[in-house]
Design a protein around this ligand. Sequence first.
Ligand code: KIV
Ligand code: ZN
Length: 520
Amino acid sequence: MENRIFIFDTTLRDGEQSPGCSMNIEEKLRLARQLQLLSVDVIEAGFPIASVGDFEAVKLVAEKIKSCTVAALARTVKLDIDRAWEAIQGAEKPRIHTFIATSDLHLKYKLKKSREQVLQDAVWAVQYAKSLCEEVEFSCEDASRTNIDYLCAVVEATINAGATIINLPDTVGYAIPDEYGAMFRMVRERVPNIDKAILSSHCHNDLGLAVANSIAAVQNGVRQVECTLNGIGERAGNASLEEIAMAIKTRHEKLGLRTNIDTEEIYKSSKLLSSLTGMMVQRNKAIVGANAFAHEAGIHQDGVLKSPITYEIMTPQSVGIKHTMLVLGKHSGRHALKQRYTELGYTLSDEELQRAYKLFCEIADQKKELFDEDLEAILETSSDAAEEVYQLTNIQIVTGTNLRPTATIELKYGDQMIVDSATGDGPVDAAYKAIERITGVIGKLTEYSIKSVSLGHDAIGEVFVRVDFDGLLYNGRAASTDILAGSARAYLEALNRAMASKKRKEEQQKLTLSKDGVTV
Ligand code: KIV
Ligand code: ZN
């Protein structure tokens, strides 16, 4: 049997639909490009019928991504399948992924359909999808809680209908590895045409077993694994891509399997996702957490110094962590900064370097030593910075246990400097109210998080905000040693994005009107 495992990344679909993980269209494309560098085999780009935004994002990813298969999800109904196909037909390698639940529980309470009806729907959907797209994947939602005889009947029928990838998810994260592996073994033993399809696993992490279940699946003949970066996804998340890829690589002698993942791109991919969504991974997260390769106990440090293999089963370099104790400071020039970014694996355009260098100089003025983590935070916050319609030039906050927090903010708008003050429930609230007074733009803060990038009292704080302006959500990020200035900058970035997108829409509208012959 082929020992190559295909990695199907669903960060942009199952991952993105979970709370706190949403991305806008440009962010989705950025992540898809990184997934391409990571060399995943399939990118599930979204669920096009879910919304216009989802459709547009899948279409854009399908147009731009060349070396990975781009999949779109659809229920077993014509409307969904047509919309999915419309979104991905421009892809180099398109795939329609259609699904229906097969467990009696779902049939009775959710679908209110008989087993026979569901079987018919599944066969019809696969045949219809196949009439549009060469590659069709079919999923039996809640497969791990489905009657095995019925499951085998559905698998056989959908393969006959044209599906070449059959996915059997543990939708609710209920299975344990033994059981999940046995399900695949039984399907392989009982379904006569099973050799015409690749079996796929898709595990959720409700019992913390998603990766273990995925490994049990590949040990039982599964050759496609569905997973997400950082394990993001519904509820407790999906199986984590980086953990699966590194388990397969590190335990090659035991599993005898391989993936095509460029593991040195793992760390960068994980960081990008965290920075786009504001969803950070915990310090002790396997593979990509800040402590994943840190040896604290004296006995371990001693061992690692004598020989890394005493306590290190894989190297940080193998997942793309290139950190050293090399320090840059305010006397380091643009060239040194560029050089360090290259060593860390980032190729910067002149414009990106310019933006990063500007922020580097601001921070180096307040912080004597900048470490690799700081440089990464600088890059993340400066690389997709919005056009600065409003720019923070000054911030002064007065606060205390018995004082009402007051913020005075000065913003540059074109050639004007505008100053105003406001009070608030806390210093950040006061700053945001002052910004509102100056700009006249009302936003509703829906998410706010702050994380210390490195250690020490002068560590950089990375602020992430998500703000609702007129019903649309915009993200903002900032890195600063002053968390209040960082909070104000992150908010302003979201506001600047909202203003830029409003301007773009107005310009488009004018263009459409003038094309239609209406004077504007
Ligand atoms: O968890 C699940 O069952 C899914 C399917 C739609 C593949 O995400
Ligand atoms: Zn799922």
